[in-house]
Design a protein around this ligand. Structure first.
Ligand SMILES: Nc1nc(=O)c2c([nH]1)NC[C@@H]1CN(c3ccc(C(=O)N[C@@H](CCC(=O)O)C(=O)O)cc3)CN21
Ligand SMILES: CC(C)C(=O)C(=O)O
Ligand SMILES: [Mg+2]
Length: 290
């Protein structure tokens, strides 16, 4: 009896046939907007490692390698110091760990804003080194030309409007956006501009709910909310926030577990067992067979 193998085009690795699940595509995600009011919302979570991707992948439509890894993985104070090297290393790991979800990689601060040409150089490196399906970048009207430039050259772009964390210094903090009439109009114009420029979907972060509903109803691509509205076409959260890794989280996070407590408890019991020589026992040491 011989086993047949499939070469996974995303990972170039041989996997036993049949593959567990079919890979979703960017056009399939974009089409979800038009499949009617009964369509289920799109499910997106962040992933930064191969094993995390493996565990989340079967439950998601999209996995985002977010620049939030700066804070979550590297202990940085904001996303501003995240580099292309970091995004490529974690992006490749997530693609290796996933078979089903569309993998999207955040473009880090400083790697795309100067010109469409700079954005293409950075995005093409991300696509080549990771095997991801798309990139995400922050900004509205100011990024429309860049989104269209990348799209025309074969790089699908997810936009990110509303609270854009890479602009934290200009915004003056991480507070909700769209409270004034002026800000409401600006964010609505940003959403329309990125949709018109050909973004296949957009993240809408940290905005007043009324604005989130209006944006979702005003653009013809999926709007993925975070601190936005249940009316959005999908939702995203940072996985570590959702798992309860942190004591303090933004208002928009729902905690589905409390893994910080599990890790603390396990480390405490490991330390006690080492100090009392209760670990290792005969189960964990190598002895000659009898
Ligand atoms: N772990 C994590 N989760 C995120 O959602 C996230 C990141 N990191 N890093 C990148 C950005 C930064 N984001 C943030 C960061 C802080 C708040 C926050 O503290 N929100 C407060 C209100 C703050 C204010 O009013 O000034 C809240 O209670 O919602 C929100 C979004 C969202 N993104
Ligand atoms: C919070 C999501 C949308 C993000 O951009 C990130 O994780 O970096
Ligand atoms: Mg981000």
């Amino acid at each position: 009896m011989s086993t047949t193998f499939t070469i996974d085009t995303a990972t170039s690795r041989a996997t036993p046939t049949p593959a567990p699940m079919k890979r979703l595509t960017v056009p399939a995600i974009q089409r979800r907007k038009f499949e009617g009011k009964t369509t289920e919302p799109l499910v997106m979570l962040t992933a930064y490692t191969a094993r995390q991707a493996q565990l989340l992948d079967p439950h998601c439509d999209m996995l985002l390698v977010g620049d939030s890894l700066g804070q979550v993985i590297y202990g940085l104070p904001s996303t501003l110091a995240v580099t292309l090297d970091m995004m490529c290393a974690h992006g490749a790991a997530v693609v290796r760990g996933s078979y089903h979800s569309v993998v999207i990689i955040d473009m880090p601060f400083g790697s795309y804003e100067a010109s469409p040409q700079q954005a293409f150089a950075s995005a093409s490196r991300i696509m080549a080194e990771t095997g991801a399906a798309a990139v995400k970048l922050e900004g509205g009207q100011a990024m429309a030309e860049t989104i269209s430039f990348l799209g025309q050259r074969g790089i699908p772009v997810m936009a990110h409007v509303g609270l854009t964390p890479q602009a934290v210094n200009a915004l003056g903090g991480y507070g909700a956006r769209g409270k004034s009439q002026q800000e409401h109009a600006k964010i609505m114009a940003d959403a329309r501009a990125v949709a018109d420029a050909g973004a296949f979907a957009m993240v809408l972060e940290g905005v007043m709910e009324e604005l989130a509903v209006a944006v979702t109803d005003s653009v013809d691509v999926p709007v993925i909310g975070i601190g936005a509205s249940a009316h959005c076409d999908g939702q995203v959260l940072v996985t570590e926030d959702m798992l309860g890794m942190f004591e303090r989280v933004p208002r928009f996070v729902k905690r589905f577990d409390t893994i910080a407590q599990s890790i603390d408890s396990a480390a405490q019991r490991y330390a006690a067992d080492v100090r009392s020589r209760a670990f290792p026992t005969e189960e964990q040491v190598y002895r000659p067979k009898k």
